[in-house]
Design a protein around this ligand. Structure first.
Ligand SMILES: [Zn+2]
Length: 68
């Protein structure tokens, strides 16, 4: 299910986590060469991706919301 990013926070390892409109959270790591998301490093980059949709596996699985 495609869900838009509405906010971010960092986990205990300082990795960035996107908060999706559905209430699920999803890591958005920049971990080259496997995962390349240089935009997540900067505040401006993250702000520019607000509203971008990610495929939310948790919605597909019917998982409970992460933000309660
Ligand atoms: Zn979801």
């Amino acid at each position: 299910m495609n869900r838009a990013i509405i906010a971010y926070h960092q986990d205990e390892f300082n990795d960035w986590v996107a908060e999706l409109q559905c209430g699920h959270h999803q890591h958005v790591r920049h971990n080259p060469p496997w995962v390349s998301r240089p935009w997540v490093i900067s505040e401006a980059g993250r702000r520019s991706k607000i509203g971008m949709v990610l495929a939310c596996k948790k919605c597909d699985e019917g998982a409970p919301r992460d933000n309660i």
